[in-house]
Design a protein around this ligand. Structure first.
Ligand SMILES: Cc1cc2nc3c(=O)[nH]c(=O)nc-3n(C[C@H](O)[C@H](O)[C@H](O)COP(=O)(O)OP(=O)(O)OC[C@H]3O[C@@H](n4cnc5c(N)ncnc54)[C@H](O)[C@@H]3O)c2cc1C
Length: 502
């Protein structure tokens, strides 16, 4: 059967299920978005399609030792569901929190697991998306139709992590595992372990392995800023002691963390050296007063230009002080039979190499899109506020924050999408397109984010594949500025010239 015939057969309306809204992904974004849809647009029918066999996204797929958040859960948790644990949470605790949200909102019946979306076709005539799926075994799955697509598929490829192609990897007699592919069969007890990388994942997995491994060596190409702090909030403890209820504590703690984060963000630009001195003082509380920051802990960029790696209770630095962990800053020349040869000529022996080398960015979950038969090339589209895209109707992508907790944007965009859907109902329209501003024809289409603003490797490797921003107009980019967006997004005029309704 030809592709076209097969597609026609599968799109046969009798084999289709139809919903007002289709949410892609049952991670923290999809679950939060479903809550907002259900509470703010109670009449809308919806379904959540999830490729995995369970909910949680990142928090389900990542299983390496010690996996935890590096945001506090008062802001990484939802606005509507109080967090009652310690600020930095284990992956398991986040999963429990999400499970409670699913149960409390009766969302389990709306989620279809093992359903990977492969293709979405918009028909302007029907004002509907046709969504094709694949089953767990790769066979073609059910076809869905919906009026609105709420893209909550995250931003990275869950199947294929980023592993640089180092020479000699096949010669290494030990085991190599990427943190994203960790499973229970990986044994590190009594082993000499090398962790390649120095971001949040490395800072998590290293202290978690340090007591059981023979030794853990962190091999990094370049240093990272670490923010050591006790995993507790004095404000929360005090409010709890005097009998304040969980909802109020959650609201206060959220405001407190947001204020502190805003100050840190601002001061990192205004007085980066002072901020670094403060970060050093915090590290010394755990690593010891004579701890040396050169050369392994002095980054070449200013604080917050890449995500700061939070180290609760300074655990990684405690293990360095105890001699269980050491750091090496060098480039890898090649793998050898016994370990790594570094460009300086130093050789490191290992039984296990853990690659904490990050992600491959995935634009729109690897799904093929067409609009009225024309393939969508996302790198050719222009974004409206990093959530909608000119030329692609009835679709929002929940792309969160890098410097603040991702989920803050789930709540903000949840309100926005529901307001938009209700507005469309009031107008009696079924399609919303994004119209570029008049007179913008000559404006350059620039990369999604400037590299002097935020430049982690996974973003820079794929920034050309992402939609473009329009010049430097704040409405036509993802500003990554929660505090500004918290004012701007609720104030968006839905009858403004950016929105073309049909
Ligand atoms: C180990 C780790 C720790 C992190 N810690 C933090 C933190 O502390 N703070 C922070 O702000 N950010 C953190 N992040 C970033 C994190 O990914 C996001 O904050 C957040 O979890 C993303 O949620 P999400 O639901 O948008 O995406 P994901 O968690 O990626 O979930 C997306 C879901 O969509 C599904 N999906 C994707 N494509 C398809 C498709 N084609 N069809 C069907 N389903 C699909 C996936 O299977 C997945 O379940 C961390 C990331 C990692 C890897």
């Amino acid at each position: 059967m030809s592709d076209v015939m097969e597609r026609e057969l599968r799109s046969d309306s009798s084999a289709c299920e139809e919903f007002d809204v289709l949410i892609v992904g049952a991670g923290i974004s999809g679950i939060g978005s479903a809550h907002h849809l259900q509470t703010q647009c109670p009449g809308k029918s919806f379904v959540i399609l999830e490729a995995q066999d369970g909910f949680g996204g990142t928090w389900r797929t990542h299983k390496y030792p010690g996996v935890r958040s590096d945001s506090d859960l008062f802001t990484f948790g939802y606005r509507f569901k109080p967090w009652v644990g310690p600020p930095i949470a284990t992956g398991a605790a986040i999963q429990e929190y999400l499970e409670e949200v699913i149960e409390e909102n009766g969302l389990d019946k709306a989620i279809r697991y093992g359903t990977k979306i492969t293709r979405c076709d918009w028909s302007g005539e029907d004002r509907k998306w046709t969504v094709e799926t694949a089953n767990r075994d790769g066979s073609p799955g059910k076809v869905y139709r919906c009026n609105f697509l709420w893209m909550c598929q995250g931003y990275y490829d869950h199947e294929n992590p980023y592993v640089p192609n180092w020479p000699g990897m096949a010669d290494f007699k030990g085991k190599i595992v990427h943190a994203q592919k960790w499973n229970d069969s990986v044994d590190y007890k009594g082993k000499r372990v090398i962790v390649i990388g120095s971001g949040a994942t490395a800072a998590t997995v290293i202290p978690a392995m340090a007591d059981d491994a023979a030794h853990v060596t962190m091999v990094q190409r370049s240093p990272t800023y670490f923010f050591c702090y006790p995993n507790k909030s004095d404000l929360v403890d005090r409010l709890r002691l005097i009998g304040v209820d969980d909802d109020t504590i959650h609201r206060c703690a959220r405001l407190d963390y947001l204020h502190n984060l805003k100050m840190l963000d601002h001061r990192s630009k205004e007085e980066p050296d002072v901020v670094f001195d403060e970060l050093k003082a915090l590290v010394r509380q755990y690593a010891g007063e004579d701890f040396e920051f050169e050369p392994h802990f002095t980054p070449s960029y200013r604080p917050w230009q890449q995500r700061l790696a939070f180290v609760p209770d300074g655990d990684m630095f405690v293990k360095i002080r105890e001699g269980k962990v050491s750091a090496v800053t060098d480039k890898i020349a090649k793998f050898t039979e016994k370990g790594l040869l570094l460009e300086s000529g130093q050789e490191l022996e290992a039984d296990l190499v853990v690659a904490a080398t990050g992600f491959n960015l995935s634009v729109m979950g690897g799904i093929d899109f067409t609009v009225d038969g024309k393939e969508v090339d996302w790198s050719d589209t222009v974004t409206y506020r990093g959530m909608m895209f000119a030329g692609v109707p009835n679709l929002v992508w929940v792309f969160g924050y890098f410097r603040a907790a991702w989920t803050l944007r789930v709540d903000l965009l949840g309100d926005f999408v529901c307001r938009l859907l209700n507005h469309m109902d009031q107008k009696g329209v079924h399609e919303v397109d994004i119209a570029l501003p008049q007179g913008s024809e000559g404006d350059p289409h620039k990369p999604w984010i400037e590299d002097d603003n935020f430049n982690p490797g996974y973003l820079m490797r794929a920034v050309e594949d992402l939609p473009k921003r329009l010049g430097d107009r704040p409405e036509w980019r993802h500003t990554q500025d929660y505090w500004q967006e918290a004012e701007d997004i609720p104030a968006i005029d839905l009858d403004g010239p950016e929105f073309a309704y049909r």
